[in-house]
Design a binder for this molecule. Structure first.
Ligand SMILES: [Zn+2]
Length: 210
């Protein structure tokens, strides 16, 4: 199943309330440099295609207070400025509210990242991208890689989507969000990123008949 229209992120605004506690995120120079690196890789590999002027995808790493994530409606390209990243330091599911450091608005999928970090103490990086080939070959890829599949398609960015996707990920390092995209997680950004690229390249190979 390919991408469903409601999951195209262009034009969709975040659904939660944002409380800005500060206008700049804490500096985590090495990790932020790595996050910027993976933004550039996702862009160049076609894992965060530009939809409606912004990249479809969101990447984060864990911090002691929460996590640093790419802002909503941004371009994940080479040279992304770290000051545009946002650190989420508190999530209130009941109020559907995020407290952040930074001037931007965290990705509309920020609650999904939050739910995964809460459930998976082994995970320090969460990378989400869009990949039509991965959707096309979802079941074949799941036979070759440690991949979970969502049980259905859901509108992204809702609390229910974040809770159910995190739950369906289970102990796996990768989940395909049917009709939407994928999430790759790992102990480090490199582990999660390398897996995302490996699955994508395998899908490219499958498309070519291999
Ligand atoms: Zn998405």
């Amino acid at each position: 199943m390919s991408m469903t229209p409601e999951n195209r992120e262009c034009g969709v605004r975040h659904r939660f309330t944002v409380r800005h506690r500060d206008t700049t995120p804490n500096p985590w120079p090495a990790a932020m440099q790595q996050l910027a690196h993976w933004c550039a890789v996702f862009d160049s590999e076609g894992l965060a295609p530009v939809e409606g002027g912004a990249s479809a995808g969101n990447l984060s790493f864990r911090t002691p207070a929460g996590f640093v994530i790419t802002p909503t409606r941004s371009r994940l390209k080479t040279g992304i400025d770290w000051t545009s990243f946002v650190e989420v330091v508190r999530a209130d599911a009941q109020a559907f509210e995020l407290h952040v450091l930074g001037s931007g608005t965290p990705s509309s999928d920020a609650f999904l990242h939050e739910r995964i970090y809460a459930a998976r103490t082994d995970v320090n990086a969460v990378l989400h991208g869009h990949d039509e080939l991965v959707l096309e070959y979802a079941h074949a890829l799941a036979r070759e890689f440690p991949i979970a599949l969502t049980t259905g398609t859901r509108d992204f960015g809702t609390l229910i989507d974040s809770q159910e996707t995190a739950s369906e990920l289970g102990a796996m390092p990768y989940i395909i969000r049917l009709g939407h995209g994928f999430v790759s997680v790992g102990r480090t950004m490199d582990i999660a990123g390398d897996l995302a690229v490996a699955v994508h390249r395998r899908a490219v190979h499958m498309k070519a008949g291999g």
